[in-house]
Design a protein around this ligand. Structure first.
Ligand SMILES: [Mg+2]
Length: 160
């Protein structure tokens, strides 16, 4: 089970009026509401993180584990898209992941504030939880994400 995770606009809301604190690891503190929401998804589904954020190649996977842990999120598995966000649109990156890396029947949810993801084909878009860039991930959106992950699990069970 996978969470395709963006960070800007999801864990870091874009509030012009409040700059998040930069922690000693050089990365900003996540929004506390978004931390609780992501923690809830991980606790209830045991999903792994697949980083889609444009920051994904700025740190090693070991450093990412530490970045999340320091901010209160214990993800057992963290990986990142193989593509480069600076060259491809997020939609293209996710499409290419789906075509080449996604394991059939593996449940996933996409957490992102990029509105262009609404143009993804329906079978991928159905797994999208779009955040508001200025608010980020909320408890309500976390529930949507959990519903999506569980719905898929129920579907794959029905399909044998
Ligand atoms: Mg974003």
């Amino acid at each position: 089970m996978l969470i395709l995770l963006d960070i800007d606009g999801v864990m870091l809301p874009a509030n012009s009026w409040s700059k998040p604190e930069i922690l000693p690891d050089g990365f900003p503190m996540f929004n506390s509401r978004s931390i609780r929401a992501l923690h809830k998804i991980i606790t209830e589904t045991n999903a792994s993180l697949l980083l889609t954020t444009s920051h994904k190649n700025n740190y090693t996977i070991r450093q990412w584990h530490s970045i999340f842990k320091v901010r209160g999120i214990n993800a057992e598995m963290i990986d990142r898209l193989a593509s480069d966000s600076l060259e491809d649109s997020r939609a293209d990156e996710i499409l290419s992941w789906y075509r080449t890396q996604h394991i059939p029947n593996e449940e996933f949810v996409i957490l992102d504030d990029d509105k262009r993801l609404s143009e993804l084909p329906a079978h991928i878009k159905n797994n999208l939880v779009l955040t508001s860039a200025s608010i980020g991930l909320t408890d309500e959106l976390a529930d949507n994400a959990i519903t999506i992950l569980n719905r898929q699990r129920a579907d794959s069970r029905t399909n044998g």
